[in-house]
Design a protein around this ligand. Structure first.
Ligand code: SF4
Length: 481
């Protein structure tokens, strides 16, 4: 309501202010008048559809885009047959790029039928020069292209695009700017992602992120705390702190603080019940963090600790800065401090030069750590990364066999591990009505396991005790305790 009042007071006869975020509020107000004009012409409300590809970072960015579009006066629609369609793209895998090109063809069909329709592209893929050049050449019907560093400028770019009626392209190579306090629309009223930092300094040899999301920049702790306090006042009970490598949070601030210290401050926020975070690079995971997690009442007993490979030789080529022994020692330390913690991981199969011995090392770590679950990926060559230039790419059929072996091992262990909680009563955050059976609710345990149990939708957003009656491999069937 306050934001609404503020936007209504903006005097559009004046020049836009230079400072952020005031400048963007000016353009939100201006875009409103332009969209209202379109509504008049069309005789109906204007709609928008945000389609998000990729990771939690993009999901959070999309909430910001939705917030701005709502503030401008667009109404959200599930369908891409909307008046404003935006693709928030991911470029981690090369075939993700091709998917976007394919879908643009469909959008063009809609656009030909709807004179008000606008198409925008943003996200990691747009940080690549080659991609932007291709769109400029072959997809002239796209109205707006921007990147990951200037997402806060969305309202301003949208106004430019509507007023000029030609393709607007604004992609920054890097930035040290972090603009706070713009509107955003949370997907869930009871939980939210919170960016604590942007970018990555690690340059793992298979990863494109440092090239498209820039160097590490941490948000000021007071801004993070203020955002979470506002969320809590608005009904949020669980936050997921987001960063490419949260364990190096705060190093580049004027007054450096550690991630563990930030967690201790967040823990103090009254009304906040659960804290999660990702992603945690093993090389930067400190004893201080383990100690803070172990004594915390709010940090969930779940740690996602990407392994990528169990072979010290390959880890070196991957530029991961830890070896197999260091990783296993870290896991031992974590388990000694928190025996009940759930550990999950990411593993790449078929990295260039991976031998049978290397793969066996990975299997060995999987057997020793016994992950609660693991995301397993077949290595996909990503143009623009050092690994893509490496000779020795592993033949597809060999990778496929290894991948299946790994998946079987991971799934068997995960099934055994999750059954351990059967019969226990656990606190569950109720997240939704079950998608297949609407007499059931779906909720999440602190360790990130999912449980389905009978209940009414008023419970959504609450943390309640649930008895885990039966383990079905990857989820539980439960009942209210
Ligand atoms: S830590 Fe490595 S894998 Fe993760 S985002 Fe940074 S470069 Fe990519």
């Amino acid at each position: 309501m306050q934001i609404e009042h503020f936007i209504n007071q903006i005097d559009l006869t004046l020049d836009p202010p230079a400072e952020e975020p005031l400048r963007q509020y000016y353009f939100i107000a201006k875009a409103r008048t332009l969209v209202a004009q379109m509504e008049k012409e069309a005789g109906r409300k204007m709609t928008f559809c945000v389609n998000t590809f990729g990771c939690q970072m993009n999901a959070r960015d999309s909430e910001k885009l939705c917030g701005i579009l709502n503030a401008i006066g667009y109404q959200e629609s599930e369908s891409e047959d909307a008046d404003f369609v935006i693709y928030n793209t991911c470029t981690v895998r090369e075939n993700a790029n091709n998917k976007v090109y394919g879908r643009l063809g469909y959008l063009h069909g809609y656009k030909k039928k709807n004179p008000h329709m606008m198409i925008a592209l943003c996200g990691c893929m747009m940080q690549e020069e080659k991609v932007v050049a291709k769109i400029k050449q072959s997809y002239r019907f796209v109205d707006l292209i921007f990147g990951t560093h200037n997402i806060f400028k969305f309202a301003e770019l949208l106004v430019q695009s509507i007023e000029n009626n030609k393709m607007v392209v604004d992609v920054w190579e890097n930035t040290d700017q972090i603009v706070e306090q713009l509107p955003n629309e949370r997907k869930f009223r009871f939980k939210s992602g919170v960016n604590i930092m942007f970018g990555c300094n690690n340059f793992c040899s298979y990863c494109i992120v440092p090239y498209v999301r820039g160097r590490e920049r941490s948000r000021e702790p007071r801004e993070i705390i203020r955002e979470i306090e506002n969320f809590v006042a608005d009904g949020v009970v669980e936050v997921m702190l987001l960063g490419q490598n949260v364990n190096s949070y705060g190093k580049n601030l004027d007054q450096p603080i550690t991630f563990a210290q930030l967690l201790e401050q967040i823990e103090q926020i009254e009304g906040l019940e659960r804290i999660r975070f990702m992603t945690s690079h093993p090389k930067d995971l400190s004893d201080e963090l383990i100690a803070v997690m172990a004594k915390s009442k709010k940090i969930c007993r779940h740690l996602h600790l990407p392994l990528q490979s169990g072979s010290s030789r390959l880890l070196k080529i991957m530029n991961r800065h830890y070896d197999k022994e260091q990783y296993l020692t870290l896991v031992e330390k974590i388990r000694a401090a928190m025996p009940d913690i759930a550990l999950t991981t990411d593993i790449i199969v078929g990295f260039p030069g991976e031998t049978e011995e290397d793969f066996e090392e990975t299997m060995d770590v999987v057997r020793k750590v016994r992950y609660d679950s693991a995301f397993t990926f077949i290595y996909s060559k990503r143009t623009g990364t050092p690994a893509a230039k490496m000779e020795d790419q592993v033949p597809e059929d060999v990778v496929k066999v290894r991948f299946d072996r790994l998946l079987k091992e991971v799934q068997e262990i995960a099934a055994e591990k999750s059954a351990v909680l059967t019969g226990q009563i656990q606190d569950v955050l109720v997240e939704s009505v079950n998608h297949q059976d609407d007499s059931l609710l779906t909720g999440r345990l602190g360790n990130n396991s999912v449980v389905h149990f009978p209940g009414s939708r008023e419970l959504i957003g609450q943390i309640i005790p649930v008895r885990l009656d039966e383990c079905k491999g990857f989820y539980y069937i439960g009942s209210r305790a």
